[in-house]
Design a protein around this ligand. Structure first.
Ligand code: HEM
Length: 470
């Protein structure tokens, strides 16, 4: 096919609110093929060649890739009411979560956020952290066995399993362990179909009885049924029988709306499904990359394990939760991992009124995308951006923010509500496993990342584990 620039001009210096530059594309599909073939590489190259704002055509749809932190702040923080989350992707997410924190806007979103925000307060997080320690300690049995037999494990599967065990227990409570397996089985089917629908230019309606549509509908119905049953059981049990440990569902059951009312069953269900959707794969992917990066950087691993020994970290000790803030090496590793591999690698907004970003015209009805993956790897912003170097975060005081080109948890009103929960979970899992085991990658090099719903490795990551100390 002939390669042309879909629209002139194709250059950098901005005329007053002119059309932003565009990379070469084809006349009908624009950049759709290049984007679908290699979304990460295509966006990185586009930002390098076109500058802070680039205009992209995906078939009939116009997107602007914004890659300068000051302009990204305009979109996410300064004028969020002109850049709404009501996009194609969020309409797909709504199929799973219903009207939820991930999909609502305006007053509906604000009321939901206000009702839910308090449950992520520090005191609750400390209680949830204790539960996490217990779950991860119990889950070490599988690694003990693998260390004893020399069996190969797949890091991606292990992190998904562990993060699901933690999410299941912290969200739904200890009593429902049996049913967590059913949710875990149904979830990947939902994520696959969601990704297919967000990345495709056109989609067939879900009511068409294709096998994958039927599987999606069955899985969604299963998750809704299980969560509804758990809520009904908890309501029946009433406040008199509070669970021994704190969990998010218990906290949601006590949460109040602005008007002082308790949340409806439907709201509760949507919140639980939202937290699973937003929190499980994101955390699992960050953990997979963190372990894999550490396994390729012996000096960094040494720093982490020396610190774990120095603070005598032991997940079974009652005081383990209090030692977490002392684990600065692990914090730096997690921050640097999320720089190189931000689980949410791209964020989309719909433009309400025509705007001007950096002298380029952003038309109403088009979409803006900002990609932490791109900004976190920009040459000129980061010294040797491709290199894993946790020291960037060890020495940065105050912590790096969007204005420095760092925003793995987003920015502005929709900043990730679960970021402290996610960081605590990741820290608990890394600290528990690394204090007890040495991890070796069997294939030497890291697999390339793939930009799906989250940033996942393109292949399994086989590892071998050895016992360090009991
Ligand atoms: C490493 C793990 C995680 C990463 C990298 C991450 C990243 C993000 C990002 C970038 C956003 C902003 C999206 C936007 O602006 O459109 C976001 C929003 C959100 N995240 Fe997370 N997240 C993580 C874990 C979690 C967890 C564990 C939960 C829940 C328990 C969660 C719940 C949410 C929710 C509900 C929103 C929407 C907030 C709103 O619009 O008010 N996330 N997350």
């Amino acid at each position: 096919m002939k390669r042309v620039s879909p629209d002139a001009p194709d250059r950098h210096d901005p005329p007053a609110a002119g059309r932003a530059p565009s990379p070469p594309g084809t006349r009908v599909l624009g950049h759709a093929r290049a984007f679908q073939r290699d979304p990460l590489g295509f966006l990185l190259t586009t930002a390098q060649t076109c500058g802070p704002v680039a205009r992209l055509k995906l078939g009939p749809l116009t997107y602007h890739l914004v890659s300068d932190p000051t302009l990204i702040a305009e979109v996410l923080q300064v004028r969020p009411s002109n850049y709404l989350r009501d996009t194609r992707s969020s309409r797909r997410v709504r199929m799973v979560t219903g009207e939820s924190l991930l999909t609502s806007e305006g007053t509906a979103w604000r009321q939901q956020r206000q009702a839910v925000q308090p449950i992520f307060h520090h005191r609750n997080l400390m209680d949830l952290g204790r539960t996490m320690l217990t779950v991860v300690d119990q889950a070490c049995v599988g690694w003990e066995r693998a260390a004893a037999t020399g069996a190969t494990l797949d890091l991606v599967t292990e992190m998904s399993r562990l993060s699901f065990a933690v999410a299941g227990r912290c969200l739904l409570g200890a009593e429902v362990q049996g049913r967590v397996g059913e949710v875990e089985a149904a979830f990947p089917v939902l994520l696959d179909e969601l990704f297919r629908r967000t990345s495709g230019v056109a989609n067939l309606p879900l009511w068409l009885p294709l096998p994958r549509h039927l599987a999606f509908r069955r899985s969604l119905a299963a998750i809704h049924r299980i969560v509804a049953d758990i809520i009904a059981d908890r309501r029946r049990a009433g406040a008199g029988s509070r669970p021994a440990t704190v969990d998010l569902l218990g906290l949601l059951l006590q949460a109040r709306t602005e008007q002082g009312a308790l949340l409806s069953d439907e709201d509760l269900r949507n919140h639980v499904v939202t937290f699973l959707l937003a929190g499980h794969e994101t955390t699992a992917s960050a953990l997979t990359w963190a372990f894999a990066l550490l396994a390729t950087a012996p000096a960094e691993l040494e720093h982490v394990q020396t610190e774990l020994d120095r603070v005598a970290f032991d997940a079974r000790e009652t005081g383990a939760i209090e030692t977490l803030p002392q684990l600065e090496q692990i914090s730096a590793v997690l921050q640097e991992t999320l720089r190189l591999y931000p689980s949410i690698w791209i964020v989309e907004r719909r433009v309400v009124e025509t705007d001007d970003l950096g002298g380029w015209r952003i038309p109403a009805g088009s979409a803006v995308v900002v990609a932490p993956y791109v900004v976190h790897r920009q040459l000129g912003r980061w010294d040797q951006p491709e290199v894993f170097c946790p020291a960037r975060f060890r020495t940065s005081e105050p912590p790096l923010l969007l204005r420095d080109g760092y925003f793995p948890f987003g920015a502005g009103p929709h900043t990730c509500i679960g970021q402290h929960f996610a960081l605590m979970e990741a820290k608990v899992i890394l600290a528990t496993l690394l204090s007890r085991f040495r991890v070796t990658l069997l294939e030497g090099a890291l697999p390339a990342p793939v930009g799906g719903i989250t940033l996942r490795p393109s292949a399994a990551v086989p590892i071998r584990v050895e016992r360090r100390r009991s």
